[in-house]
Design a protein around this ligand. Sequence first.
Ligand code: C5P
Length: 314
Amino acid sequence: MTGQTAPAQPGAQISIDVPAKINPHLGVGDPRADGYHALSTVYQAISLHDTVTAQRRSEGNGEPGIEITISGEGAGTLPTDEANLAYKAAKLIALYAGIEPDVKLHLNKRIPVAGGLAGGSADAAGALIACARLWEVEIGDAELERLAAGLGSDVPFCLKGGTAIGSGRGEKLTPVNAKGTWHWVVATTDTQISTPDCYKEVDRLREDGIGRYSSDVDPLVRAFESGASADELARLLINDMEAAAVSLRPQLASLMHGGLEEGALAAHVSGSGPTVLFLATDVKHAVALARRIRMRGGAKSVHLAHGPVNGPAA
Ligand code: C5P
């Protein structure tokens, strides 16, 4: 952020679009001593995004402090207090800068909630950037990433966008130069899966000998770097959490099967689920596939998305 922190004029409103993420490769290792699982993942930002808008609270009639309002997906069900990761992000950046927080944050949500698409992490990343600009906080990229990692494993990637390898617990990033655009149909369901519950289910299944750690991301990284066709990509998608997500929400199996019957090149649970991603050949195929999946029923909502897209944009 250093050098690009434009001064916020009185009454200024700062709006940041932050994309959802998918994990075309999600390898989950054993739990570490700190309780987190070692990850070997490839992240990709896709064209579904939330918008985070920030303005000084004291410039309305409010006292300084942090206030959150939410519209769109999940509004009314999401917390607007400290339990919201965007609230924590605003508090953290104020603490870093040694100032009293003074912000009204509005989250306009399009990313499905608790769907495995990092919607909460995207809002936190957006709040970090928006508050840093609003309060004119001098902070370098490395420091911003460190704060992001403290908020959650996916938040550093949400700051970056594009395509990246994630290691550690997902917070250590290596950018990947993906050459191409891939098209997805994103099908949400009317259930949610908590991320910790899904990791616990991975552990439980492993105790029964089900599933193993897919640690090698290289084939998928090479495919992205060489602009592989969607057909090739379909053969390389891996999610070590898929069996756990299906075990927790068995209805996912029929949603996935239905999409394949309708002609998807692959069905892939997004992160810890329960959102299911269907890979299409191209945009025309994606439009037709989305229509067929909608008509079939079984999904709560069906969206079109492509990736990779750039990270947070003002
Ligand atoms: O990092 P984040 O706060 O998003 O993680 C939420 C929860 O997911 C953690 O508390 C942990 O239970 C689980 N998790 C994990 N291994 C990871 C990332 C998350 O076990 N690599």
